[in-house]
Design a protein around this ligand. Structure first.
Ligand SMILES: Cc1cc2nc3c(=O)[nH]c(=O)nc-3n(C[C@H](O)[C@H](O)[C@H](O)COP(=O)(O)OP(=O)(O)OC[C@H]3O[C@@H](n4cnc5c(N)ncnc54)[C@H](O)[C@@H]3O)c2cc1C
Length: 403
């Protein structure tokens, strides 16, 4: 189905929504992005962009802009209390050679800004910020969308489809598609950025460091473009409303010297971020569908939530271009995505359990990590990093896959 002349509404100008807008516009569609906030959001902190997502962003023409604002880490050091890493997993050049694109670490706001500027340059993308409310109705010929803007203006427009990229607490999922509310996952991410010179004696300036402890782990990586280091500490909490300004770690946590220095550098600058997950039976109905966290928010212990939203966007745009009508495109999209996303979410949950193990289970864990070696992750995670977006223009191969 050629997308020229078609109009898509996208709710949410996050990573998934902006990637989708670019992917659709690149194929000739007109896109209206409805964002509740007054501007592209600066929220969040560090984000790892793995090759599967980077390849898609590169194809949208964003490679150079991303390189300018990210670090291509040489490796990932895993510490488990000691001052020397259990293992250093190789990244850098080998990622590009094996998976066709670099691994990048960057600030989420920088990625959002790169996407936003690319959308702004695109004549077929209309970005509407400060949307107070919207309603959508799906019908035989597409969708009707009513929009209330901040300045009190209201308008009603017709389009071909509406896609909710409105995040973990998505209105599209819950109010429009009647889907499930997000579930709190008993964990809080504590996030902060500290000046690079305060801690670079503790971690390698060209690498990601992961420090494992009982019931918590800490992920750090430099953001050289900002002269800062991103810290994200994940700890377990029964309630999402964590009190205080600092993570409280279990008493028996034998923190290594590096952890102490990192915690001291962060002081009480942490922002708590309760982790929610989403599992919902319906990803689409009529001419309305979901992408990204709205469909499948997951815990971030494989650093793949945004990457899955980026993949969703690329697959959905390709499916819409290749299918005879919107509903069959949405069905193909869900068929292509559901199993993969569930597998990634499970891997992420399992990582969380492994990262937070207590002694004596840590003995076996640490041995397994060490034996995995510096390249074990490349084959273990090839199914994630080596992903290719299906080509729906050669339709029969995909339509017949289940036979
Ligand atoms: C601590 C932490 C670390 C993470 N690390 C990584 C990582 O390293 N790599 C990775 O790939 N992922 C990571 N993730 C996951 C990643 O941040 C998310 O999966 C990703 O940002 C989701 O993007 P999204 O566009 O789907 O949703 P969001 O980023 O939530 O965007 C949704 C947008 O919709 C807007 N919106 C909401 N409601 C409405 C409405 N009703 N109408 C209009 N607009 C609306 C919001 O304002 C927002 O702009 C991490 C997450 C956390 C919490």
């Amino acid at each position: 189905m050629p997308l020229d002349g078609q109009t898509f509404f996208v709710a949410g100008a996050g990573i998934s929504g902006l990637t989708l807008a670019l992917s659709l516009a690149q194929r000739g569609a007109s896109v209206v992005v409805l964002e509740r906030a007054a501007a592209v959001s600066e929220f969040g902190a560090g984000l790892q962009v793995s090759p599967n997502a980077r390849k898609i962003l590169n194809r949208l023409g964003l490679g150079a802009a991303l390189t300018a604002r990210s670090l291509d880490p040489k490796g990932l050091d895993v510490f488990a209390g000691g001052s020397r890493p259990l293992v250093t997993m190789e990244m850098g050049v080998i990622m590009r050679e094996r998976f066709g694109a670099p691994y990048a670490v960057m600030h989420r706001a920088d990625l959002a800004d790169v996407l936003y500027k690319a959308c702004r340059r695109h004549a077929r993308i209309d970005l509407v910020f400060g949307v107070r409310s919207w309603d959508v109705v799906s019908h035989a010929r597409g969708v009707t969308v009513s929009i209330d803007e901040t300045d009190g203006q209201s308008r009603t427009s017709r389009g071909d489809a509406f896609i909710g990229a409105d995040g973990v607490h998505s209105k599209t999922r819950t109010a429009v598609l009647g889907g499930d509310a997000a579930r709190y996952g008993n964990r809080i991410a504590w996030r902060t950025l500290v000046p690079a010179d305060s801690i670079l004696s503790q971690i390698r300036p060209d690498s990601v460091s992961v420090l494992l402890g009982p019931n918590y782990h800490l992920v750090c990586y430099p953001l050289p473009h900002r002269r800062q280091v991103n810290l994200a500490l994940f700890s377990e909490h029964r309630q999402p409303d964590a009190a205080g300004t600092q993570p409280v770690l279990p008493k028996e946590a034998r923190r290594g010297a590096a952890t102490e220095v990192l915690l001291a550098a962060a002081g009480d600058s942490w922002t708590p971020w309760p982790l929610y997950t989403v599992s919902t039976p319906r990803w689409h109905d009529g001419n309305i569908a979901l992408v990204g966290d709205a469909a499948h928010a997951m815990v971030p212990f494989q650093a793949q939530g945004a990457a899955m939203g980026i993949e969703d966007a690329a697959v959905l745009a390709a499916a819409l271009e290749g299918a005879a009508d919107t509903e069959s495109a949405f069905s193909q999209y869900e068929l292509a995505r559901r199993e993969r996303v569930a597998r990634v979410a499970n891997t992420s949950l399992t990582n969380g359990r492994i990262f937070h193990m207590r002694w004596p289970l840590t003995l076996a864990r640490d041995l397994a990590i060490t034996l995995g070696g510096s390249r074990g992750h490349l084959s273990r995670l090839a199914w994630i990093y080596g992903y290719e977006v299906p080509d729906y223009t050669s339709a029969p191969a995909h339509e017949d896959r289940s036979r």
